[in-house]
Structure formats: structure tokens, C-alpha cells
Design a protein around this ligand. Sequence first.
Ligand code: NAI
Length: 257
Amino acid sequence: MQIDLSGRVVLVTGAARGIGRTIAETFAREGAHVVAMDLDADALAGMEQDSHAALALPCDITDPAQVREAVAAIEERFGRLDVLINNAGINAEGPLESFDPELWDRLFAVNVRGVLNTCQAVIPLMKRQRAGRIINAASFAAVIPSVDAAAYGASKAAVVQMTRVLASELGPWGITVNAYAPGMIPTAMNGFAALGEEAAAAKLDQLSVRRWGVPEDVAKLCLFLASDLSDYVTGALLDVSGGKFATQDPGAAWRAL
Ligand code: NAI
């Protein structure tokens, strides 16, 4: 059995860099018509010429009007939308006691309201098709948050609950909705790449598969979730974290080697 996504229309938000960029490139290689959406128009530039996207759409997902316009452009161009991957997200850290409430609102505007905006824009189209896949980037932080990261953890926990509720609301329409929880993938969003040797080793000790994640790990899971192979998977939070804290001390198995 093979994953066949040729001809599927796949919208990826936050596609200009990081994990989203790799998801877009991976789906394009699998023959999908990729629509790359991002706030950063400069970084999107060139994706169409490089065949990493059939269509590149600058769009701020916090603005429902912009999102509706973008989805209308997709329908006009392709006549359908098979898969929405809500990858765009931002991070902000600081202790709750002094956390800037405006930063809190901004983070929720992107990570939570942004997901609501894109879902609301695509659901009518997917319902008419009686088919569709919605795939949401949550985080391991939705399960176990980090100190100084309450806003991020709470926003990703919200994404998980939205995923579960949407899965039920859209089940009768042939639409599946799932979320995934990456663990630690060094990107511009985080400081993993800049950690010293000792700090990096302590982080890697949390993992059963003792290496940093790479964007391809997420892209491969998205391929599965977008494909016919996952027909019976919905409302799930899939862990793609290398087994982060699968046990209290996964590093023990590595130290015993
Ligand atoms: P990144 O910061 O490298 O890329 C995020 C992309 O989203 C950027 O291109 C940015 O321009 C875009 N974006 C931000 N706000 C936007 C908006 N309002 N409208 C449209 N696009 C917007 O981040 P990374 O690391 O690639 O993360 C991607 C997703 O994976 C995020 O949702 C993140 O929370 C999640 N994630 C990442 C982990 C990691 O270890 N890198 C771990 C867990 C979850």
C-alpha cells in the first residue's frame, strides 16, 4: 500500500519557513497541489518558482477576512480543498506573574483564533465535498507544559480540545480532524540549536529516540494523516516527540548501553 496524494489540494499555514516549509515541500514532492500560506510574503517568494508550492498566498491567519479571501482564491483556482494543515504558530515566554497581557492576546490570536479562522473558512467547502482532512499543530507542551511557557502550553491545549470537538462535529460530513504534538525540533522559534553541550544532553535525556527532531519527522506524520491510510483516525493527538518522557527517565536506557 502506498501513500498517494497526487492531485490533492493541501493548504499549509506558516509554510514559509521551519516545519511548515518542510511540510509544503514534502507534499509537493508527493504530487499534491500545495497552497503555501504565511504572514511573511518575502519568505514565501520563490516557493512557486521552485515548485514547492502551486500557489503562495501571503495572509495573516489572525484576520478572518484575509483568511476567507485566501480560501476563496483556492476554490477559484482548484475548485476544492482536500487538506488543511494548521501549522502556523508563535511562542512567547515569561513567568505568568508578570506576563504581558497583550503578548498573551497576540499568542492566542495566532495559535488559537488563527486555527478557528482557517477552520471556519474551509469547513463549508469541505462539507460540500463531504470530505476533508484538518491537521493541527499542537505541541508536547499541550500535555506537559514548561516553566515560563503557560501561554504557549495553554494555547496548544486549546488546539487539542478544538481538534476533538471538531472531529465529532465534522464526523458526519466525512471530515477527519487530528492534532500532532512535536517534541523538540530546532527551528527559529526556539533556542534548542543554541544550547551548550551539557544543556543539550539534559534535553536529549528526556527522549527515547535520543536525537533532536527534524521537520521531516512531522511532515511524514502529516502525509499519513492526509492520506487514505488514516481514514479511521480522528480526534487524536499524535505524539511525534521521539518518546519524550515516555518514561520518567528515558535516558537511563541510553546510559546503560
Ligand atoms: P517557525 O517560527 O519556524 O515558523 C512558523 C511560521 O508561521 C513562520 O513562517 C511565520 O511567519 C508563520 N506565522 C506566524 N504567525 C503567522 C500568522 N499570523 N499568519 C500566518 N503565518 C504566521 O516555527 P516552527 O518551529 O516551524 O513551528 C511550526 C509549528 O509547530 C508551530 O505551530 C509550533 O507551535 C509547532 N511546534 C514546534 C515545535 C518545535 O520544536 N519547533 C515543537 C512543538 C510544536
